[in-house]
Design a protein around this ligand. Structure first.
Ligand code: CDP
Ligand code: MG
Length: 720
């Protein structure tokens, strides 16, 4: 791998140096008195900490109650030691010296934008400052949103530990299908999507005294919608404090959007980072480096295997190398590993998605390797197709990635692309998600909040007009909106379920087709993200055989149902999963999701009942939700019915060989081509039954049917 210093090498380095020297630039008073005041305030804070420690001491004592005296003694002192070091770490964070300034600013301003380098303590410390100064008095809550589930969970766990409480008590988190909070919870970390849903039950967020919209720079769809809603409620809730926290990106825009809210800058503690580019573009970046930013789970796993394999070959020639993956779907115990200290004499390599760009801080990183790609959702508003595509990341992302190398000491960042590519082929910043995603979900939610005029909603960056229109059209086709664009009764019920409108409709349709038992299971299995089947590289044949054994007529949805049913019959057994190459963790999650959905059935008044083995009603219910996703087999292969786009059955599908004439797919993914993932066979007449206003008889005529050879599938309606 050939590397060169960039043409503007000195410049790059100079820029980093410059940032290092930058000092606090607070946009409001208290600057002068800071030096004087700080000392006194520190002393005050010291006291608070000591009180904290007292409480921790007491709570540890409670936990240890009932054990023998001696044990109790050691356990207590161990806890004390740990506590002390935690408090030391807290004090060492860049945000710590600004505690009082920050609290003062929050007191003086209703909305405050907070900017600070990743790792400066925004997410973990600021909510604690607020708790320590009584913002949770009278049972009021402090909410802090995160764009990613993983971040919400790991940060909540960390803060619970720092505060010295059990996770889920005073400090908790809430993510979709998983609520780890209680009546005692005063500090609640949650995904931005969850706070958005809370508007449904509490439109003015009355139980919150402070809402922190964290990682604002990520500009996820839900965060962007929150901006508009929260700006609105802040007007008639003067007591509500709003903090918009962001890495050092875009903060002027946030300030501008929130009527020139002041920006509080936490000066970074950044060391210089040397940046190296390759001389020529790197074709195979999995081969080319030894660490870091990749686009997804699959790449990460391959890379980790490669690294481990090479280490094995090198044997004792190199010191021990810890290779640790991190991505959103990684089990949390594995995730925790990246935060644990590296044993002396060994090195740590973290292979991550852009989750480690800003949401998670991993201490001690000196080298960053950046291939310059990420996986991004993109949306075609003409066809309504959403796909995940590996694309070059933005320059802003690349700079964030590089910045990870300079947190504890001077670092180096190796960019596996040319300086030219950086300048000319990368976008300045990432396009906000709202401009490249399906808006069905959000539109339904806003409509249920009574916001009818979406065109004039206060968007920071408005979505493309045609995307909005398409979302309205789709919701109309699903029956969620009437011809005036108003929410229907069905729409209101659909919005109650925390899932996409199509899935929601499918679940509601199961009422009519009397198969909600089965459809709930299918919905839950579809929600766990294609990670049901386990396929280890050294047991591919066994795994594929095991998978084949689950195949039943009808399609992949029916296979998923079959897997779940068998697992249930095994008594939710771990051993059963192991023997059948099924991921236990995914199944467990599916079970949780299913239970939650079943719990919601009551609220939307759907009776839970079973079709008793008849698979037609089940597939009709799927069709009622997903009729948009219909593909028909014609001469050249499958084409979508509405847009005549060529699509392919995924090789993993149970219908890959069978190739029935009419299919409904759950989702499209673009890898090497447009693959339909999770497909089910349908009868075209069902389309007229479930969506007569959307499909015309003519569209569904099989003009070429006589010439098409059709394998007689096993999937006959009589079966089952
Ligand atoms: O939000 P921001 O990026 O400003 O920083 P933070 O997430 O509050 O992190 C502050 C410190 O807490 C960092 O040094 C992290 O390494 C540490 N931390 C941790 O050890 N474990 C976590 N799960 C989260 C943060
Ligand atoms: Mg943070």
């Amino acid at each position: 791998l050939e590397l060169e210093m960039p043409m503007e090498g000195g410049g790059e380095q100079g820029r980093w140096e410059e940032e290092r020297l930058k000092t606090a630039s607070l946009s409001f008073g208290a600057k002068k008195e800071r030096e004087k005041g700080l000392k006194a305030e520190r002393e005050k804070y010291q006291l608070i900490l000591e009180e904290d420690e007292m409480i921790n001491f007491v709570s540890s004592a409670v936990i240890m109650k009932g054990t023998q005296d001696e044990k109790e003694q050691t356990a207590l002192s161990q806890a004390e030691v740990q506590k002390q070091s935690i408090q030391e770490v807290r004090r060492s964070l860049p945000v710590f010296p600004y505690r009082e300034d920050l609290l003062l600013a929050i007191q003086q301003h209703q909305i405050l934008v907070i900017e600070g380098e990743t790792g400066s303590g925004k997410t973990t410390q600021i909510p604690q400052f607020l708790m320590e100064s009584g913002y949770n008095d009278g049972g009021m809550k402090i909410g802090c949103t995160q764009p990613r589930r993983v971040a919400a969970m790991s940060v909540a766990a960390r803060v619970a530990q720092e505060v010295g409480v059990k996770l889920g008590n005073e400090v908790g988190y809430s993510i979709r299908f998983e609520d780890c909070t209680s009546e005692r919870t005063v500090l609640k970390y949650m995904t931005d999507g969850m706070l958005l849903r809370e508007f449904l039950t509490e439109p003015d967020l009355a139980s919150y005294s402070v809402v922190i919209i964290d990682e604002a720079h990520e500009r996820t769809l839900h965060t962007d919608i929150l901006f508009g809603l929260i700006k609105d409620i802040a007007r008639f809730r003067p007591d509500l404090k709003v903090l918009v926290a962001s890495a050092t990106l875009d903060t002027e825009r946030f300030s501008c959007f929130f009527d020139d809210a002041p920006v509080f800058r936490i000066p970074g503690r950044r060391f210089p980072v040397d940046i190296f580019y390759t001389k020529a573009p790197e074709a195979d970046y999995l081969e080319a480096y030894c660490l870091v930013f990749l686009t997804g789970q699959e790449e990460i796993e391959t890379c980790c295997e490669l690294l481990q394999e090479r280490c094995r070959r090198l044997g004792s020639k190199i010191s021990e190398l810890l290779v640790l993956p991190i991505y959103a779907n990684l089990p949390s115990d594995m995730q925790a590993k990246i935060f644990s200290p590296t044993p002396p004499g060994s090195r740590k390599v973290v292979v991550a998605t852009n989750i480690a760009e800003t949401s998670l801080t991993i201490d001690g990183i000196i080298y960053v390797i950046d291939p310059g790609f990420c996986k991004q959702k993109s949306y075609n508003a003409r066809t309504g197709m959403e796909s995940l595509i590996v694309t070059p990341c933005s320059r802003a992302s690349a700079n964030q990635r590089a910045g990870r190398a300079g947190r504890v000491a001077a670092g180096k960042c190796f960019r596996l692309y040319t300086a030219w590519a950086f300048k000319h082929e990368m976008e300045e910043s990432t396009v906000p998600e709202i401009q490249r995603t399906n808006l069905g979900n959000v539109v339904l939610l806003l409509k249920s909040l009574g916001i009818n005029d979406l065109i004039h909603f206060d968007f920071m960056d408005p979505p493309p007009h045609e995307t909005l229109v398409l979302a309205l059209e789709q919701l109309y086709a699903l029956g969620a909106l009437n011809h005036l664009g108003e929410l229907t009764k069905l729409g209101r019920r659909m919005a109650e379920l925390p899932v996409d409108p199509m899935l929601s409709k499918m679940i509601l349709a199961s009422e009519q087709y009397k198969c909600s038992e089965e459809v709930l299971t299918i919905a839950a299995m579809l929600s766990v993200n294609n990670s049901i089947f386990y396929r280890p590289k050294d047991k591919v044949v066994h795994a594929d055989n095991a998978r084949q054994n689950f195949v039943v007529p009808g399609g992949d949805h029916m296979v998923l149902l079959n897997v779940y049913t068998q697992w249930l019959e095994s008594g939710y057994s771990t051993q059963w999963c192991y023997e059948n190459f099924i991921q236990f963790r995914s199944m467990k999650r599916a079970r949780d999701v299913r239970e939650q959905l079943e719990g919601l059935m009551d609220r939307i008044e759907v009776e839970v009942c079973s079709s008793g083995g008849d698979i037609v009603p089940i597939r009709k219910a799927v069709t009622a939700g997903y009729f948009y996703h219909t593909a028909r087999l014609s001469k050249g292969g499958y084409k979508t019915v509405k847009h005549q786009q060529t699509v392919y059955v995924h090789p993993n599908s149970s219908l890959f060989e069978e190739q029935p004439r009419w299919l409904i797919y759950h989702e499209l993914v673009f890898t090497t081509k447009e693959f339909m993932r999770q497909v089910i066979e349908i009868d075209s007449s069902w389309l007229l039954e479930v969506a007569p206003h959307y499909y015309k008889n003519k569209e569904l005529e099989d003009s070429s049917s006589k010439k098409m050879p059709r394998k007689q599938g096993k999937a006959k309606e009589e079966l089952g």
